[in-house]
Each structure stands twice: as structure tokens, then as C-alpha cells.
Design a protein around this ligand. Structure first.
Ligand SMILES: Cc1cc2nc3c(=O)[nH]c(=O)nc-3n(C[C@H](O)[C@H](O)[C@H](O)COP(=O)(O)O)c2cc1C
Length: 334
């Protein structure tokens, strides 16, 4: 069975990638992920806020005695244990590359263009196989949809100019016209889109009357938005390949994303729940499914279920109406 796939211009031995999480910040676990079948790993993100904090500290040390106080990023956690800071991050890249044969994708995480994008070059120099840029911005200020999208394209352009290694962009789905944004990013030279970032909305604790920032892991019901956009974008981009992220628990979700048009499929929650070895059973079940249906390769199912309608918007509307009409339940009589 040929499980190979191409993502970011790289040949992967299968479509499964361990996405960014604390697991991939540990070289020992990265080795276990490779042994269990991961085709690539994405390191935990280095945050723009960390890079800025380090720059401020350096400035403050240079200006000791010059009455300068480093301005603190007041909302930002004081220390981030899992990626060991900007210089430790470059070391993590080098150690991970030396430890495994699979591609090691570094991750930079920010929301607006600034000096931190220069770090992309250091990441390339440290030996990363590719860079994933996670643009995590909740546009609560008075910016228009068009302005928020233009900011994304401009940030991607700034990072693109820094590096020659493949560049992926990980985005949340809440843009007013995601199809147009994806096409603009494609034209701006990205090699892959990761669909989607999960927004980690806080909850309210009614006992303590305070906000709770604990993280809820995903479940397979969450793949549907990704399936919609995979199937709409499959075959529509000139350069960028597509990776699915969110809700991959078993081989079923991997297969569905591939059928919708994904070139690669990422998982984090399932690995946090079951550990790196979980990938073995996912790979085995993927292979069993493919051979049971007479498919000889992963490539042969890619995009089989894409939205190939000439008027994709019309197709989405008719699916929407069909879904509403399909509802049956104990209190609905029709
Ligand atoms: C504990 C935890 C830490 C994460 N850290 C990062 C990170 O540093 N950078 C990033 O881009 N995504 C991060 N993510 C998001 C995951 O990479 C992934 O996109 C998300 O969990 C959806 O995939 P899943 O449904 O397989 O969990 C994190 C997720 C979790 C649960």
C-alpha cells in the first residue's frame, strides 16, 4: 500500500502529522512519534510576545543605569515552559532534526507584522524543514473584514521574504470570505494552509465567578467545518497544499479529510489523550480501509469527494437547505 503524500513540497511517508503541542516540544516524544508512524511533527509555537519580551530584556540590559524600565506585556504569561524561549527554541529545532529522519516543522505564532518576523530566518538557519506561521488574531477592534485579511496577507509576505524553506499558514476559520483569503495567501507564496486553528474560548466558572482558561480537547464532530473548506478549496490553489487540523481521533477522520481534499492530516488532542502509540492503530486502520475498498494509495482517494460543482456557492446553499430539511426528531412531525 502506498501511503505517501506530498505536503509543502515535501514527500511524506503517510499523511499523518503530529501538530503543535507540548508533546512535540520534547525530543524523546518526537522520537516516539516517529516510531509510531508520524510522517512529520510541528513543534510547539514560539510566540511573537516571547520574542518581543526577550528583545525588551536585552534592551534593558544594554540601558542599565539609563533609567529605562522594561515594559512588561501585562497579559502575557511570565514564562512559557514548553518551548524554552527564543534561543532555546533554535536549540530544540537543531536537536529534533538530529534525532529524527522525518521533517521537523517549526511554528511561529503572532498576529501582526513587526520585528519578530526576523526570527523566521533564525529558524531556517537552525535547520527547520519548514515553518508553520500561526496567525491567531481575534479582531475585536474596529477593523473591517477586508483590513483583517489584508493584515494577514501582509504578515505572510513579510515572513515569506525572510525564508526559502517551505511556509505553511495556520488560520482560524472566522474570516468573512475565507475562499478569497486562501487564494491571496496562495498568490503570496505560501506552500500550505493548515485548516483550522481552534479558538480556545474561555468559559465562565459560575461558582468562583471568574473566567476559566482551561483547554478542552477536540472531538470528531468538529471536523465538519474543515471538510467543507477542504472540499471547496481542493484543486483551487496554484501552489499551496492543504493540511487538515481539528477533530482527528481515528482513521475515519483521516480518511474523510483526505476524501474532501486534504494532502496531510494533523492531530493533537488524540495524541494527548492516548499517547504517541495511538498513531500506529490509526495508520493500520487507514491501510485496512484503503485495501478493503480496492484503493492502492492515499493519492487515489485525495479529493474524491471535493466540491467540484461549477457554482460552489450554490452547492453549499443546496446542501445547507437539504441538511435543515433532513432533521427528524421526536417533536418534529413531517
Ligand atoms: C495543549 C495544547 C497546546 C497547543 N499548542 C499549540 C501551539 O503551540 N501552536 C499551535 O499552532 N497550535 C497549538 N495547539 C493546537 C493544535 O496544534 C491543534 O491545531 C488543535 O489542537 C486542533 O487539533 P486537534 O483537534 O487534533 O487537537 C495546541 C493544542 C493543545 C491542546
Amino acid at each position: 500500500m502506498d501511503l505517501n503524500t506530498r505536503y509543502l513540497g515535501l514527500t511524506l511517508r503517510n499523511p499523518m502529522i503530529a501538530s503543535a503541542s507540548p508533546l512535540t516540544g520534547d525530543v524523546g516524544v518526537i522520537r516516539q512519534l516517529e516510531d509510531a508512524g508520524a510522517a512529520a511533527v510541528v513543534l510547539p509555537s514560539l510566540f511573537a510576545e516571547q520574542i518581543r519580551a526577550e528583545e525588551r530584556l536585552t534592551e534593558a540590559l544594554i540601558n542599565v543605569g539609563a533609567e529605562s524600565t522594561p515594559e512588561a506585556g501585562s497579559y502575557f504569561p511570565a514564562s512559557i515552559a514548553y518551548n524554552s524561549g527564543p534561543s532555546g527554541y533554535l536549540d530544540l529545532i537543531a536537536r529534533a532534526r538530529a534525532a529524527v529522519d522525518i521533517p521537523v516543522i517549526a511554528s511561529l505564532n503572532g498576529s501582526a507584522e513587526a520585528g519578530w518576523v526576523d526570527y523566521a530566518k533564525l529558524i531556517e538557519d537552525a535547520g527547520a524543514s519548514a515553518l508553520e506561521l500561526n496567525i491567531y488574531r481575534i479582531a475585536t477592534d474596529a477593523v473591517t473584514g477586508g483590513e483583517a485579511e489584508a493584515d494577514c496577507v501582509s504578515l505572510v509576505g513579510a515572513v515569506r521574504r525572510q525564508i526559502k524553506i517551505p511556509l505553511a499558514v495556520k488560520l482560524h476559520p472566522y474570516f468573512s470570505a475565507f475562499g478569497a483569503l486562501a487564494r491571496q495567501l496562495d498568490l503570496a507564496g505560501v506552500d500550505g494552509l493548515v485548516l483550522f486553528n481552534r479558538l480556545y474560548q474561555r468559559d465562565i466558572d459560575l461558582v468562583r465567578l471568574g473566567w476559566r482558561s482551561d483547554i478542552a480537547l477536540s472531538n470528531p464532530d468538529e471536523i465538519r467545518l474543515g471538510l467543507l473548506w477542504m472540499s471547496a478549496l481542493c484543486g483551487q490553489l496554484k501552489r499551496a497544499s492543504l493540511a487538515a487540523s481539528t477533530g482527528v481521533e481515528t482513521a475515519d477522520e483521516v480518511i474523510k479529510y483526505l476524501l474532501a481534499g486534504a494532502d496531510a492530516v494533523m492531530t493533537t488532542s488524540a495524541l494527548l489523550r492516548h499517547g504517541p502509540k495511538h498513531l500506529r492503530s490509526v495508520a493500520a486502520d487507514l491501510e485496512t480501509w484503503l485495501s478493503a475498498r480496492g484503493f492502492a494509495s492515499v493519492t487515489s482517494i485525495k479529493g474524491l469527494m471535493r466540491n467540484s460543482h461549477s457554482d460552489k456557492e450554490e452547492r453549499e446553499r443546496s446542501d445547507y437547505i437539504r441538511s435543515l430539511l433532513s432533521y427528524r426528531g421526536p417533536f418534529v412531525h413531517r
